[in-house]
Structures are given as C-alpha cells and as structure tokens.
Design a protein. Sequence first.
Length: 155
Amino acid sequence: MTDQEKHKAKQELFFIAEGIIRQRIETSTLAMQQAQESANSDDKSSAGDKYETSRAAGQLESEMHGVSLKQHKKDLAFLHTIDPAILHQASGLGAAVRCPDFLFFISLGLGASVHRLGKVFMLSTQAPLALALKGKHRGEQFLMNGKQMEILDVF
C-alpha cells in the first residue's frame, strides 16, 4: 500500500469507530429520554405504592442510560485524541495493523466491523491482543488463539 492509501484507510477506520460511538450516544440519549418520559407519565393508580415504584424504576433506568451516555461521550473524546493522519511504524494507540486475515485498529474496544480491506477489529489498548501486538513492526509475528500470525503492515 502507498502512504496515500494508508492515510485513506486510517481515515476510514477512524470514521467507522466514530460512527459506532455516535450511534451509541444517540441510542443512549433516546433510551434515557424514553425512560424519563415513562417515569413522568405513569398515572397514579389506586394501588398506592405501585406509582412510586414504577416512577423510581423509570428514574433508575434513565440514570443507567445517563451513565452509559457519559461513558460514550468520554470514548468519543478519547477517540479524538487519535490523529488518523499519523502513519505508525509500530503497533500502539492509533495504529492500524494488517495481518493476512484481519485488520486491527488500536483505539477503543468497539468490536468487529467490515472495511473494504476486510474484517477489522477495533481494539482497546488494554485488550490482550492489543498488548500482544504492542510495539510490533511489519514482518514480526505474534500469537493469536494459539496460532502464529504475521504482521503484513503497520500504519
């Protein structure tokens, strides 16, 4: 791959990660609003405590989604500390690591996604696989699920 192709691929990986986080923010925001609306709109019943219990449950659910929303916003801020324009020589935060069967983007633990270069795994820097890759260069090998894998490129 040329440097220009690597830059384009890194930008795409960054946008995929950003899109995943933005979707999570949107989902948490909507769920939080719906839980709050549900808690606020519950009619008082003749059962007495049922109203308060339902309202408290709705409030707790809203708060739970609020915690998730806060974490997703922190994740987005963390992602924005990565400069996708930087091409790395060794695996670490912000690096894309290409192997025969997979592409890894060391950023946040966002799971698997599909990229034009193949299946991509978005790894947290603390993920065991990211730790196994840390500091490795093109041509080096590492162990993945007991199988020896070669790094074809790091950028």
